[in-house]
Design a protein around this ligand. Structure first.
Ligand code: IVH
Length: 725
């Protein structure tokens, strides 16, 4: 047996001493070999070498590329990782618009779709239409553009015309070919469309880890894929299990049929779905859709339906489009998955503001492709009064003589019906009826806080009796609320204290070093360095970070206080309306209600918060510790602004400012800025080289203004005075 460490050292020595010619030959062999192993691993799930061997080959390539940068190839697997972040996502114009699909929800509607196609084709309709049925991939729609066989750009769908350029993140996805396979005879320009998917197993593992750390769970794989791809930093995309699956082409391939197009795409190196089926006639389509429905939850990624496409390109062309969808294709949506499982218990989690949320603890069950153990029940009303009654999971809910659904509360020993419609957190729809149900006790809210034991209070809202909240009023005296308040206080959007993670917060509370946010500022490095996983260096860094956080702008410091219902936007509104922390603290109800974005509920919570002497004392302590709450200039914005109620769209290049700057000006003046022109648009702000949005505005008679017009509008001119024509 060889010694791995010695073996590695010897290999590394070889990489370090190789001359340029030898290195060139080696790189030219390594790149295709690594790409082949990538494909074997990620697409075919049939690796030929183990991870360590792969890592060694990869490391060798990295070393050679570092030594001889000229040898870096565009299709090198190293080009997928560690790219530089971009400043912002530039727009991505689709040369051929990305369309949407009509829907069918039943076999009957599929038959109608087939009949519609035949009617439209008239005499040209074949007796039996050939279709392709494909899983409808539930991911982020993406277009990849290749020039001379190389990936040059990747863009999201956006509004179908203009999306965002995300080449930097998409190129890190292993199943996105950076270079097309020459064996597939790549056209000079090609755009391929498909979906970016988040692999389910990786998604579940990521959420399980987050749950173990007490962090918020990602909602679903699709949004997480989208969030990962739309980041400026390609790092997370390169580390997460994303995959790209192709389902159509924008331009570059003329094929006589969709099935042929798919084969060509596959030969160029793209992954296409293995469950795509060619079907002769609509009966076969219905059967294929049922088959995909059965497979659905065993797939390693999410699908939300099936897509049916007319195969023959000539028939597609004859059928054409209705507004934004092709007549030759439709999407079939599967009903959401329902299962039943025993309710083991109801536990209560205590949030940052003390609200107790009931959480159903379930016998683990798979629903919609994920394993579920918990489901939140929102509030007392939902738990005790709004559960439906089912005979069995898939059956209809029971109704009374008037046809209204029966409603009941959760009882000990119940079996519940769960539904998962797309988001990871499933809904508890109701309970399965049983003869002894009524004899078993209802699940009832505890009268004391499950964390600190303080008596809870009921907060009823006479206007919304369904929304009673039950709270532990013990604020910083309740461990759950204290930790949550501290985590919020130091979070990135609040005081942004780097290096103060959840585990450390827990430790600080455990060690009784911190009992409220202001205590953080008294922490000393010599005490911190004795904590677990802390050294002198990280202790010094943390003290520095805390020091820096004292100067955060007023709005963030206000947000950091964790006033119920006061999010970032409201904190900003309060800061600009009152200008100082004292101004906000002393505002009365009338003054608060004048602030944009503050309604009666928010005003009440703000008054309550600052009415509590403990909170006023804490603010005093924060100030004494050096937190600046820097004052800001007050904008007399209260009430109407010049553009309140207006909906604006911006297009083209403006003469003196970026579109983002124009958007900021319009938003500050009270307008809403949206991405597409419709009848509701109040005006279009058009610059140089405006395209389809300008035409659409003209068609709809939407007023069009230029930058100078906008400036006059902001100065108080009327829209009629500044619009063209
Ligand atoms: S074909 C005009 N095929 O669904 C043809 N689309 O509702 C439309 N989608 O934005 C594209 N799986 O991103 C096609 N197998 C599939 C698909 C699929 C998912 C998405 C696609 C499109 C949306 C349309």
């Amino acid at each position: 047996m060889s010694d791995p460490a010695a073996d590695y050292a010897a290999r590394r020595e070889g990489w370090r001493t190789m001359d340029l010619d030898a290195a060139r030959r080696r790189v030219d062999a390594l790149v295709p070999e690594l790409n082949r192993h990538n494909r074997l691993y990620h697409e075919l799930a049939a690796p030929e070498i183990d991870d360590r061997e792969y890592d060694l080959l990869f490391r060798e390539l990295e070393v050679l590329e570092q030594r001889f940068p000229d040898l870096r190839r565009a299709d090198s697997p190293t080009a997928r990782v560690g790219g530089a972040p971009v400043d912002k996502l530039p727009p991505f114009e689709h040369r051929v618009p990305m369309l949407s699909l009509g829907n069918a929800f039943s076999a009957d509607e599929l038959v109608e779709f087939d009949e519609r196609c035949k009617r439209f084709l008239g005499d040209d309709a074949p007796a039996v239409i050939r279709y392709v049925v494909e899983p409808k991939l539930d991911g982020l729609a993406m277009e990849l553009v290749y020039q001379d066989g190389r990936l040059v750009a990747a863009g999201t769908r956006g509004d179908g015309q203009t999306g965002e350029t995300v080449t930097h993140t998409v190129r890190t996805i292993r199943t996105v070919p950076l270079r097309l396979d020459p064996a597939g005879d790549p056209p000079p320009t090609l755009s391929v469309r498909g979906e970016v998917l988040f692999e389910l197993a990786g998604f579940e593992a990521m959420n399980a880890a987050r749950e173990a750390r007490g962090e918020k769970l990602y909602e679903n794989p699709r949004n997480t894929a989208a969030g990962t791809i739309r980041q400026l930093d390609p790092g997370p995309a390169s580390r997460r299990p994303l995959l790209f699956m192709a389902h159509s082409a924008g331009e570059g391939i003329d094929a006589p049929a969709h099935s042929v197009l798919l084969q060509r795409i596959a030969r160029l190196g793209f992954q296409i779905n293995p469950h795509n089926r060619v079907c002769e006639g609509i009966e076969q389509v219905v059967a294929a859709i049922e088959e995909i429905g059965r497979l659905r939850h065993d797939l390693p990624y999410e699908i939300d339906g099936a897509v049916v496409k007319v195969d023959d390109t000539a028939l597609q062309d004859a059928l054409g489009f209705v507004t934004r969808s092709p007549r030759w294709a439709t999407a079939y949506k599967y009903p959401p998955d329902r299962v039943q499982t025993p309710l083991d218990d109801v536990e209560y989690s205590v949030g940052r503001t003390g609200v107790l949320t009931p959480v159903a603890k379930l016998s683990p069950v798979r629903v919609g492709g994920v394993t579920v153990r918990n489901a939140t029940l929102h509030n007392e009303h939902q738990m005790q009064r709004s559960m439906r009654v089912f005979d069995q999971a898939a059956g209809a809910a029971r109704v009374d003589a008037d046809g209204d659904e029966l409603r009941t509360g959760l009882r000990h020993g119940d079996v519940v019906v769960l539904q998962r419609a797309g988001d990871v957190i499933p809904q508890v729809l109701g309970v399965i009826d049983a003869p002894d149900r009524e004899t078993r006790p209802l699940h009832a809210f505890p009268s004391t806080c499950p964390v600190c034991g303080h008596e809870v209070v009921r907060e009823e809202n006479p206007k919304e009796p369904d929304k009673v909240s039950i709270r532990c009023p013990n604020r910083l005296g309740c461990r759950a609320q204290l930790e949550a308040a501290l985590r919020h206080f130091v979070s990135r959007r609040a005081m942004d204290v780097e290096g103060l993670g959840e585990k450390l917060v827990t430790q600080l509370v455990d060690e009784e070093l911190v009992a409220r946010p202001s205590d953080l500022y008294a922490l000393e490095a010599r005490v911190l360095e004795n904590l677990d996983r802390m050294g002198r260096k990280s202790a010094d860094n943390l003290v520095d970070a805390l020091q820096q956080s004292k100067a955060r702008p007023l709005d963030r410091a206000v947000f950091a206080l964790g006033i119920p219902l006061v999010g970032e936007a409201t904190a900003r509104d309060l800061a600009t309306a009152f200008g100082s922390i004292d101004g906000i603290m002393d505002a009365d109800e009338a003054a608060l209600l004048k602030v944009d974005g503050v309604g009666p509920d928010v005003a009440r919570r703000v008054l309550e918060f600052f009415g509590d002497p403990r909170n006023r004392e804490e603010i005093g302590l924060l100030k004494a510790a050096g937190v600046e709450f820097p004052e800001v200039e007050v904008h007399e914005s209260a009430g109407e602004q010049p553009l309140t109620g207006m909906v604006a769209v911006i297009t083209g290049t403006l003469p003196t400012m970026s579109r983002d700057e124009a958007k900021a000006l319009l938003t500050a003046a009270g307008a809403k800025v949206t991405g597409s022109v419709s009848k509701k648009t109040s005006f279009l702000l058009a610059g140089e080289a405006a395209g389809s949005k300008l035409t659409k505005a003209q068609d709809l008679g939407v007023p069009i203004i230029d930058e100078a017009g906008m400036m006059r509008l902001l100065g108080g001119a009327a829209l009629g005075e500044v619009a063209d024509g």
